[in-house]
Design a protein around this ligand. Structure first.
Ligand SMILES: [Zn+2]
Length: 526
C-alpha cells in the first residue's frame, strides 16, 4: 500500500474514537474514565481477596455496591432492602476413591468430583450403568434413557453430544446446551440416580484433565434446592482410568462408544457395583445479591445485571494466590453503576422499571441470578441485559449481543449499531465456548425471559483484538486478571451507551422483547 493511503486509513481509524469520546463527554450523566476506574480499582484490590461468596471479601464487595446504589439514589430492589440474602452450601471432597473390588481409581489422577452430603467418611455403593451421552430432549430428537429405571444407580456418561461425531445430528455452531456437564447433572437428578461420572477426554470435554482437576479441587458451592435430591455425587473420571477398570472385566469401551452414537441406544448395565468413598467437609454459608431500582410508571421491569463475585483465593498456590477478577467482573460492575447513575439522573419518568442486579455466586454456577429469577414475580420481568467481562481497552468498531439472535433483541441492536456507526456481529469465540450458557443471562432465558450478554465488540478501532485472547489462554480465570491503571475504559463507556440506547428504545416503544424462534435449550421445569 502507498504511504498516503496508509495515512488516510490511520486517520479514518482515529475519527470514530474522537467522535465517540466527544459525544460521551457532552452527554448527561456519562461517567468519566476516572469514575469507572475507581470502581474497578477498588473491587479488584487484593483486600477483597477475590470476592468469593460468603467470605469477608465477598461481603465487602456486596456492601460497596449497596453503598454506590444508595449514593446514586436508587430505590431498594429487594423485599429486604438492597441486599437479597440467599443460603448456599459448600462441600470440599477429599481422598476420593472409586473401586470395583479389583481396581481402585483415585483423586486427582483419574477421578474428581463433589459429594453433596455432610457425611465423612462417606461410601456410596451402586450399580454402574453406561448412559451414552446422558441426553434426553425433543430439541435434538435424542433419548439415551429410553425410560430405564436408573434410580439409585451410578451413571457413567460421555462428555459432549453425538453431533460432535455425527455432524448431521448437530444443531448450530459449537457445543449445544445438551453437551455441557451441568445439563448432564440435571438429567441425572431427574432420573433419580445416586451418582454421575462424566468420562473425560480432551476432545469431548474441550479442555485437558488438568482443567477438570483445577476446577474441582476446592470447595463446590450449591443452592440447597439443587442438592435436595437423590444425586449424592457428581464428578469426572479420566478415560484412561475407566478403560483400565473396564478392561479387567473384558468390557470394550470402544463398543460402548459406538452404540452411544446410535439413536436406538439404551442404557447398558455394566454388571458390577462400584464403591465411591472419601472424606467430605460441608458448611452452610450466606451470600447476597445486591438489587437497586429506578421505579417506572409500570411495575414491569427490565433487569440489568452483572455478577459481583469471583474465584476468591487459593491458599495452596505459591506466590500470588488472589483471583482479583478485574475484567471478570469488576469492569462490568463499573458499567452497571455508570449506567444506573446515568439513567437515574438523566432519564425522567420511564415507563418500565429498571432493576440493577449485582448477582452473587456466578462462578459457582450462576447461583445468584438463578435464585433471583426463580424467586421473582417473573411475569413482571420483560427482559434481562447482562454484562460479563466487559472490554476495558480502547473503543471498538463493533458491538455484540450473545443470545440476541434468539429474540427481537437482535433487530434492536442492529438498529442502534447502524445509527451509531458501529458494526453488529458475533463475538468470534462465543458459540464454540458456549458463552450464552455460561453467564447470568442464562437463568433468565430458562425462565422464558428474553435475555442477552451485551458488550462493546472485540474489534478495536486501533486494529487490535484484546477480548478474544483474554478468554483464550489469557488472564481469564487466573490470578493475573488484575486492575491496570493504563486501561482506557472506552469499551465500558461504549457498553454503557449501547445499553442505555437499548433500554430507552424498549421503554419508548413499550414493546417487550420476544423470542423469534424455537429455543435450543429447555426452560426450567420442562
Ligand atoms: Zn464472569
Amino acid at each position: 500500500m502507498r504511504r498516503a493511503g496508509r495515512l488516510l486509513i490511520a486517520l479514518a481509524a482515529l475519527l470514530p474514537s474522537i467522535a465517540l469520546a466527544a459525544d460521551i463527554e457532552k452527554e448527561c450523566g456519562s461517567p468519566s474514565r476516572r469514575q469507572l476506574q475507581a470502581v474497578v480499582e477498588f473491587l479488584a484490590d487484593d483486600l477483597l481477596e477475590g470476592r468469593a461468596p460468603g467470605t469477608p471479601g465477598g461481603r465487602l464487595a456486596e456492601n460497596y455496591i449497596r453503598s454506590l446504589f444508595k449514593l446514586i439514589g436508587l430505590e431498594p430492589g429487594s423485599q429486604n432492602g438492597f441486599l437479597q440474602p440467599f443460603a448456599i452450601r459448600g462441600f470440599t471432597t477429599r481422598e476420593l476413591m472409586l473401586s470395583d473390588g479389583r481396581e481402585t481409581l483415585r483423586q486427582p489422577a483419574d477421578l474428581v468430583g463433589s459429594y453433596t452430603r455432610e457425611e465423612s467418611p462417606f461410601d456410596l455403593e451402586a450399580e454402574a450403568v453406561f448412559v451414552g451421552f446422558g441426553i434426553r430432549t425433543p430439541i435434538l430428537a435424542w433419548d439415551d434413557f429410553k425410560q430405564a429405571d436408573l434410580r439409585g444407580k451410578l451413571l457413567i456418561v460421555r462428555a459432549n453430544e453425538p453431533g460432535l461425531f455425527r455432524p448431521e445430528l448437530a444443531k448450530g455452531k459449537g457445543m449445544s446446551f445438551f453437551g455441557r456437564w451441568s445439563y448432564k447433572v440435571e438429567e441425572a437428578i431427574r432420573c433419580g440416580a445416586a451418582g454421575l461420572l462424566i468420562i473425560h477426554t480432551d476432545q469431548t470435554a474441550g479442555y485437558g484433565w488438568s482443567v477438570v482437576q483445577n476446577s474441582w479441587s476446592g470447595e463446590e458451592i450449591y443452592l440447597p434446592a439443587d442438592i435436595e435430591n437423590p444425586l449424592r455425587f457428581r464428578g469426572w473420571i479420566s478415560e484412561t482410568g475407566l478403560r483400565r477398570l473396564l478392561a479387567n472385566r473384558h468390557i470394550d469401551l470402544e463398543g460402548l462408544y459406538r452404540r452411544s452414537l446410535q439413536k436406538r441406544f439404551r442404557p447398558v448395565e455394566l454388571g458390577f457395583r462400584m464403591h465411591l468413598s472419601g472424606k467430605n467437609a460441608g458448611r452452610a454459608l450466606q451470600a447476597n445479591n445486591v438489587v437497586g431500582m429506578i421505579p417506572g410508571r409500570s411495575d414491569r421491569q427490565i433487569v440489568i445485571s452483572a455478577h459481583l463475585d469471583h474465584l476468591g483465593r487459593n491458599r495452596e498456590l505459591p506466590g500470588d494466590q488472589i483471583f482479583n477478577g478485574a475484567i471478570d467482573n469488576a469492569a462490568p460492575l463499573a458499567a452497571l453503576i455508570g449506567l444506573a447513575r446515568q439513567l437515574h439522573e438523566c432519564r425522567s419518568d420511564p415507563y418500565y422499571s429498571f432493576v440493577f442486579l449485582a448477582c452473587n455466586a456466578e462462578e459457582a454456577g450462576l447461583l445468584g441470578s438463578k435464585y433471583f429469577v426463580l424467586n421473582a414475580d417473573r411475569r413482571r420481568i420483560i427482559a434481562n441485559v447482562n454484562f460479563e467481562s466487559t472490554p476495558v481497552w480502547g473503543p471498538s468498531r463493533d458491538i455484540f449481543g450473545i443470545g440476541a439472535h434468539y429474540s427481537t433483541f437482535e433487530e434492536l441492536l442492529k438498529q442502534i449499531a447502524a445509527a451509531e456507526g458501529w458494526e453488529y456481529g458475533d463475538f468470534s469465540i462465543a458459540a464454540a465456548q458456549g458463552f450464552f450458557y455460561r453467564s447470568d443471562q442464562f437463568p433468565f432465558a430458562r425462565c422464558n425471559i428474553p435475555a442477552i450478554w451485551i458488550s462493546a465488540g472485540e474489534h478495536l478501532i486501533s486494529g487490535r483484538n484484546e477480548l478474544a485472547p483474554f478468554f483464550r489462554g489469557g488472564n481469564y480465570h487466573t490470578v493475573r486478571d488484575e486492575y491496570n491503571p493504563d486501561w482506557e475504559m472506552a469499551g465500558v463507556l461504549q457498553t454503557i451507551r449501547l445499553t442505555r440506547l437499548l433500554v430507552e428504545r424498549i421503554d419508548q416503544n413499550r414493546q417487550p422483547p420476544r423470542w423469534t424462534g424455537p429455543l435450543p435449550f429447555p426452560l426450567y421445569g420442562d
